[in-house]
Design a protein around this ligand. Structure first.
Ligand SMILES: Cc1cc2nc3c(=O)[nH]c(=O)nc-3n(C[C@H](O)[C@H](O)[C@H](O)COP(=O)(O)O)c2cc1C
Length: 391
């Protein structure tokens, strides 16, 4: 069985120095662009933050808008403008300088959006006109202040718009490659646009993107093909959350069949890894939502493994070495992602290796405008112990 600290050649082409992944985590530390078309832009502070965590085998960036219409939450970066590309170049340079490997996560939020932060106050777009009743996004309230707001009713994308969106993802991936990312991860989880298409209850379309299994998964597969063509095989990952209810996703009686079909198809398309995560409880929003410790059934995962030649990443609730190693020892997964532990432990790999205690981040600093506080100011364990010994 794999050891947590052992290297791996991801997708047959990307060398990872260990099996520890920093999963995507939105931290809202972007800067405002000068022009509205710039979007929210990455900056030097973000380069420091990611560089501090370059000990991970793989860093997956916080999520990025593929275009302006995918901006479902304020202060989320993107990769569609020159300014954003310049900002991300600072980050990849710093991560590579410190010996790390980094993929960019790409999304389109679809119906999980609000007109107050979309260009020209346009309505969100979605797979259908069904609103995500009960879901909220970080947007402007009636007084112009940012707060969590109920999402609005989406306008269904036309067939041509869906095809054009595939090109938008390809362009975003090309931009990510140009600024030095080692690969991209498609966010096909948590009720965002790609998952909206895959859900057989929500997707009631009658065009070639709705109805049959082939049709419901066509949007994801077309994007995968286009993005793999940009990056080459072995450099594209896909995040999935089957059974997840976040984003007001309806329970889908076909979820298991869809999951196994998608896994098999992704394998045929040269996808490097599938990233599986905890179920996010539907209540609340990004700030108050709770991650529910529910794993995919081992028997189902074993079936998926037999269908997919690439790697599986398991994410959710890992906060010590023993549990992570136990998960690897099941033989069902290849890499373990530590989300919240990475917030307060930039030197997580060293801490796990040496059995040093983990620091715990205060949740209030997850998504704030407080700059470095609760972001880049967590010390390494070594610096704390050495400092203490020296004083
Ligand atoms: C502050 C924060 C921001 C997150 N942002 C994203 C994101 O941008 N994209 C995504 O796919 N998941 C996001 N997640 C989910 C994490 O990637 C991960 O699945 C979750 O934290 C559970 O793993 P953990 O128990 O190791 O923290 C976020 C989680 C947290 C705590």
């Amino acid at each position: 069985m794999a050891n947590l600290f052992e290297s791996q050649l991801l997708g047959g082409t990307v060398p990872l120095k260990n099996r520890i992944v920093m999963p995507p985590m939105t931290r809202t530390r972007t800067s405002e662009g000068e022009l509205p078309t710039d979007g929210d832009i990455p900056n030097g502070m973000m380069a420091t933050y990611y560089g501090q965590r370059a000990g991970a085998g793989l860093i997956i960036s916080e999520v990025n808008d593929v275009d302006q219409s995918s901006h479902g939450y304020a202060r989320i970066p993107g990769i569609h403008s020159e300014a954003q590309m310049r900002g991300w170049r600072l980050v990849t340079d710093e991560v590579h300088r410190r010996g790390g490997t980094m993929f960019m996560q790409l999304w389109h939020v679809g119906r999980l959006a609000h007109s107050s932060i979309l260009p020209h106050g346009q309505a969100p777009v979605g797979v259908t006109a069904e609103r995500a009743e009960g879901s909220e996004v970080f947007a402007h309230g009636p007084d112009g202040r940012l707060r969590f707001m109920p999402v609005e009713t989406p306008r269904p994308l036309s067939t041509d718009e869906v095809s054009a969106m595939v090109d938008t993802f390809a362009k975003a991936a090309a931009n990510a490659r140009k600024v030095g990312f080692d690969g991209v991860e498609l966010h096909a989880a948590n009720g965002y646009l790609i998952e909206q298409f895959m859900n057989s209850v929500l997707n009631t379309r009658t065009d070639r993107y709705g109805g049959s299994m082939d049709n419901r998964t066509r949007f994801l597969m077309d994007i995968v093909d286009a993005v793999v063509a940009e990056f080459g095989p072995g450099r594209v990952g896909v995040r999935l959350s089957p059974f997840g209810k976040y984003g007001s996703m309806p329970a889908d009686p076909l979820v298991e069949d869809t999951f196994l079909y998608v896994v098999e198809q992704l394998g045929r398309r040269g996808v490097a890894y599938i990233h599986l995560l905890y179920e996010l409880l539907p209540e609340g929003n990004m700030e108050t939502g709770v991650f529910k410790p529910r794993y995919l059934d081992h028997a189902l995962l074993a079936k998926a493994r037999a269908l997919f030649p690439g790697a599986f990443i398991w994410c959710g609730g890992f906060n010590d070495r023993a549990r992570a190693q136990d998960a690897l020892d099941t033989g069902l997964v290849d890499l373990i992602a530590f989300g919240r532990p990475y917030i307060a432990n930039p030197d997580l790999v060293e801490r796990l290796k040496n059995g040093w205690p983990l620091a715990v981040a205060d949740r209030s600093a997850y998504y704030t405008r407080n700059g470095e506080v609760g972001y880049t100011d967590f010390p390494t364990y070594r610096s704390v112990t050495l400092d203490a010994a020296a004083s």
